[in-house]
Design a protein around this ligand. Structure first.
Ligand code: SAH
Ligand code: MG
Length: 196
């Protein structure tokens, strides 16, 4: 069933988690055993379902909650259907709306926060993620190297606004003293920040 969701998403060119990125996140989840996860960018629920399955299969704790936000209503509804087909509706809650507007209304603290939505909003998402974190929380940001554009000198392509914001994210993640950040070249680039 999960493979069907994955294949359909790939056919529809929905940018779901790449396999090597998922492997890296899997290791982090097994090590950290988060009880509460926040995801920004649900798409059709593939990554949230993967996270839930990893935790259910690898950790004793069954009391897991994943809050995930999706802007596109059609995708969000497909995610809700996928989640319910996998019997994970008690674990994964989909919020439909713009994360830039919804996040300020959230107040719970999360153990792991996964940022995987509009690249131009990454600096805003990081600020909100820090606010919704506690000591030892982990903040992950996918696509942080954006096809290599972020680390290259070439600045004239049409993605330059996104690239500027991703660079801003990296700068803040590295310079903010409450964060310890590493950037991995898996998939499309993954930033891993720990709250000190
Ligand atoms: N995490 C998913 C893939 C997410 S793709 C997975 O790996 O399976 C990125 C998604 O972010 C898209 O579906 C897009 O509609 C959504 N998105 C973009 N900007 C957003 C915003 N401001 N708030 C919420 N969702 C957003
Ligand atoms: Mg992504």
């Amino acid at each position: 069933m999960l493979n069907k969701i994955k294949q359909k998403a790939l056919e529809e060119h929905i940018p779901i988690l790449m396999d090597d990125t998922l492997e890296t996140i899997k290791e982090i989840l097994i090590k950290e055993k988060p009880k509460k996860i926040l995801e920004i960018g649900t798409a059709v629920g593939y990554s949230a379902i993967c996270f839930a399955k990893i935790l259910l299969e690898n950790c004793k704790e069954k009391n897991i909650l994943i809050d995930t936000i999706e802007l596109d209503e059609i995708r969000a509804k497909e995610a809700i259907a996928n989640i319910s087909n996998m019997n994970l509706e008690n674990i994964i809650k989909v919020y439909i709306g713009n994360a830039v507007e919804l996040l300020p209304t959230f107040n719970d603290k999360y153990d792991v926060i996964f940022i995987d939505a509009a690249k131009g909003k990454y600096p805003i998402f990081l600020k909100e993620a820090i606010r919704l974190s506690h000591k030892d929380s982990i903040i992950l940001a996918d696509n942080i190297l954006y096809k290599g554009y972020v680390m290259s000198d070439y600045n004239k392509h049409k993605q330059r606004t996104a690239v500027t914001h991703l660079r801003e994210y990296i700068k803040e993640a590295k310079e903010n003293e409450i964060l310890e950040t590493e950037i991995l070249e898996v998939g499309d680039g993954l930033a891993i920040s720990k709250i000190l």
